[in-house]
Design a binder for this molecule. Sequence first.
Ligand code: GUN
Ligand code: ZN
Length: 431
Amino acid sequence: MDRKIIRARLLSFLREPDSPEDTGSFRYLEDGGLLIEAGRIVAMDDFARLDADQAQVIDHRPHLVMPGFIDTHLHFPQTQVIASWAAELLDWLNDYTFPEETRYSDPALCATMAARFLDRLTDHGTTTAVAYASVHAASAEALFAEGFRRDMRLITGKVLMDRNAPDGLRDTAQSGYDDSKALIARWHGRGRLGYAITPRFAITSTPAQMEAAQALAAEHPDCHIQTHLSENHAEIALSCQLYPEAADYTDIYARYGLLRAGSLLGHAIHLSDREIGALAEAGATPVFCPTSNLFLGSGLFDDARLRAAGLRNAIATDIGGGTSYSLLATLAEGYKVLQLQRQRLHPYRAFHWITRGNACALGLEGQIGTLDAGTEADLVVLDARATPAMAQRMERARGLMDELFTLQVMGDDRAVVQTYVAGRGVKAGPK
Ligand code: GUN
Ligand code: ZN
């Protein structure tokens, strides 16, 4: 039996912290041990209390181990459009992103890029992703196959888009439905994989395709749904023009039965009170994508306003509108976006968000996002002294909160010493 103990400082959240003083919201063990068997956590305890008999002990002291990070919105075929020069969203899509995504009709390219994509995620400490594939079934197929091979918890789906996109990057209402059905039958619930029904956004789907997405959603109530909502003013205006019968942008998705628990709405920036109320009533999840919202000049996500309406927001990188795979870098930009609105993102809440918080948003808190016994052994090992600048800052650190805030503000993949997926160390390199 494969039995190992990870020895380190351990941090795992029990609930969302409500303030920087809320030290009861997490478990922190100075000399902790995680007993792992068959890819699952069997126990989290003080190292001295664990039975190390016949276990391989991996000593990560003095580093900090927490659950692997969860990225709730990013795009598999956009790893090579990061840092593309565009004025705003629709130019960026038409000039760079759509042409790039046409390349993913090639299954061989998809297979190569799927491996590189998942390497980039785990390099950055991300162990679960909710990713858009391209319109091509082959792209979702390749990503599922690679995720399965690595035993990763991964949610993806082929994008549905049948208009306002170039040749080679459109399906039809029927083919999109058929391809999605086949992918769901083949992959949903297999290993640690799940399917997300993925109408890209209202602009690129005809009403007929929205009806097909509605049918898929109704036929597969346990699938996630992902789309984009209210990211940019030109996008909102065009969406409302294309669906004149809808009361507003959010109502387009509501009319097609696409808002429910498990619906992930990327961006959700420029919303009216009516729209926020509709999202809350449906139990849908807005996704904060700070690096992307800043890079494309889309706007400031109003986390407090959405939360006050009862919404549970997720957070994500949105590669490749987003500029970093790192959820640490994402937290840093998120902190600044909220600062501009006189909202604060304290480090306990920040690290809860990218672990247990995003797991809750996905309905997966029983499987991932904590170090609780019985959950899947997806872990990240963090070094808050990874760079000279971080080490120098840490000379003045007064405890866990300072350490976490250093990681939140200064961290990236260099702070990720190792990443474990289902109990296996997967990060290559000298550390
Ligand atoms: N809206 C529709 N497609 C996309 C995309 O790929 N990225 C972003 N940021 N917004 C979108
Ligand atoms: Zn996106």
